[in-house]
Design a protein around this ligand. Structure first.
Ligand SMILES: [Ca+2]
Ligand SMILES: [Ca+2]
Ligand SMILES: [Ca+2]
Length: 173
């Protein structure tokens, strides 16, 4: 009897603890889940078959996760633990091998880092862009490699650093 009472009291305490944890979880976990739900879709041709593949980047405290669903139906995690929470994702084909590469722009130091889908990583550029700039990667010189463009709303400038080297301001105001 005594042991039953004790175990039911332990059970009650456990249930109270679980309820407390659930309440805390709803405070702590749900906003993160909501953020994950809005993980940006970043399409690209990640397998080079000429068809655009749906993909998304999910930021996390220990680095982000990139998932891609190939048009043929296979889903693959391209990379985990890569990128930081405040990074902006800027996928593109930075080496011109026809495979979209995963990449991030880091506003606080202006760095552009890429993890090539074919393998290997690189910091493509530093000090290219600041907080508030809009990164707009694309192939601005038609050499088959995407370039690092930043648009600055405050002065209407479009500044590009070509993947092959060199920089230019394409348009101002
Ligand atoms: Ca594809
Ligand atoms: Ca590539
Ligand atoms: Ca280019």
């Amino acid at each position: 009897m005594g042991s039953d009472r004790r175990s039911s009291s332990v059970r009650a305490t456990s249930i109270a603890l679980i309820a407390l944890l659930a309440a805390l979880a709803s405070l702590v976990v749900l906003p993160a889940t909501a953020a994950h739900a809005t993980a940006p879709a970043r399409v690209g041709d990640y397998d080079g078959d000429g068809r655009t593949d749906p993909a998304y980047y999910r930021p996390g405290p220990n680095g982000g996760t990139w998932r891609v669903g190939y048009t043929g139906g296979t889903q693959v995690t391209l990379r985990t633990g890569w990128g930081e929470l405040r990074d902006e994702v800027v996928p593109g084909d930075y080496n011109g091998d026809a495979l979209t590469d995963i990449a991030v722009f880091r506003p606080w130091d202006g760095s552009w880092s890429v993890a090539y889908t074919g393998g290997g990583t690189a910091v493509l550029k530093t000090n290219w862009g600041i907080q508030g700039d809009l990164p707009v990667p694309g192939d601005y010189n038609g050499d088959g490699r995407d370039d690092m463009m930043v648009f600055r709303a405050s002065d209407g400038s479009w500044s590009v650093a070509y993947s092959s080297g060199g920089t230019a301001v394409l348009k101002n105001n």
